[in-house]
Ligand binder design. Structure first.
Ligand code: ASP
Length: 334
């Protein structure tokens, strides 16, 4: 078990919640008398973080830690703050396609020392999932659901059912016994990935009334890649003077724009509407049904692999770790 920080292990301080709980002692007491007693080893970030502070450097540190312990455990659980857990679970999914052992992430909405906390069910559920022998790759266990790592998104800042995977059904729901779903599709994986480091990827939301000059200002200086969160199936205001020209100019200067949707559940179909046609014609990349987290982490991952231009666009549409469904005729998620 790798402890990186997050609410789960926090305590009240005069400046708000901050890391400080005796996590190892708590875990020992939690597992005492169960079949898992004495089977879980723990490592920890030296500097525990609120996951709002996580960067691709932390993704790299987690990947490195998991590889460092690869041969000394059968399965891995990563304790992480909930705020950016879905970004990290997507990032780990791409980087660990060759890991060969299950990695399950979890966290909690309440610290472990609060009566009624979700820390215990989440940690024991993650341990159960990780040792089930039924998962491959990276997953998130939270609020009685096991979700595919590159499909998870944080849907609530307070509910115990705080995560979901809007494009695909959960891998499992808890109960006696758990109910499992077969994971969909085949992923291509990525052999020997270069490590994560920071890249300048801009995430931009469109809103009704946005002007070309506001958009142009956001692109100055030019980032390395853009996630454009557009409307519906990937539409932008095509009648706003100059707006699509700004976007086309960014793409023409070699900066990839991945068009995502602001809908929680979406299939981006560039060019389906006239309002999305100019973006498609300019060479914007459609996000398919990827979450924002999966899309952002994928752009960072591919930039870390040194990809650009057509190669990057091509890799964005490839299913590397189960993050997208390329076939829009698939059955809808339950
Ligand atoms: N701010 C916290 C974090 O992401 C929230 C949590 O863990 O639930 O680290």
């Amino acid at each position: 078990m790798l402890y990186t920080g997050g609410t789960l292990g926090m305590v009240e301080t005069p400046r708000g919640l901050a890391p400080g709980a005796d996590l190892a002692g708590w875990l020992d007491r939690l597992l005492d008398g169960t079949e898992m007693a004495g089977t879980v080893g723990m490592t920890s970030f030296e500097h525990l973080i609120d996951s709002s502070n996580a960067t691709p450097d932390d993704w790299r540190a987690i990947v490195d830690d998991l590889w460092a312990h690869h041969d000394s455990a059968d399965a891995f659980v990563v304790l992480h703050g909930t705020d950016t857990m879905a970004y990290t679970s997507a990032a780990l999914s791409y980087a660990l396609t060759g890991f060969g052992k299950p990695v399950v992430m979890t966290g909690a909405q309440y610290p472990l020392g609060v009566v009624g906390t979700d820390a215990a069910p989440n940690v024991t559920g993650a341990l159960r999932a990780a040792t089930s022998g039924r998962i491959d790759g990276v997953a998130v266990f939270f609020g009685h659901k096991l979700l595919a790592g590159p499909r998870a998104t944080k849907t609530s800042s307070w509910a115990y059912q705080g995560f979901d995977s809007p494009a695909v059904p959960p891998l499992a729901l808890t109960g006696a016994p758990w109910r499992w779903t077969a994971p969909a599709g085949t992923a291509t994986g990525w052999a020997d990935p270069e490590p994560y480091r920071r890249h300048d990827v801009l995430v931009l939301d469109l809103a009704p009334g946005i002007t070309a000059s506001r958009l142009a200002a956001a692109f100055d200086p030019l980032p390395e890649a853009v996630v454009l969160r557009a409307f519906g199936t990937g539409n932008a205001p095509s009648e706003e003077p100059g707006l699509t020209d700004v976007l086309a100019g960014v793409i023409a200067s070699g900066v990839p724009i991945a068009v995502a949707s602001q809908c929680v559940q979406a299939e981006v179909l560039p060019g389906r509407y006239e309002a999305g046609y100019a973006l498609a014609r300019a060479g914007a990349i459609g996000a398919h049904d990827m979450t924002l987290e999966a899309l952002y982490a994928k752009l960072v991952f591919l930039l870390c692999q040194g990809l650009d231009g057509a190669e990057l666009a091509d890799a964005m549409s490839r299913n590397i770790a189960g993050e997208l469904t390329a076939n829009p005729d698939r059955p809808l998620a339950q």
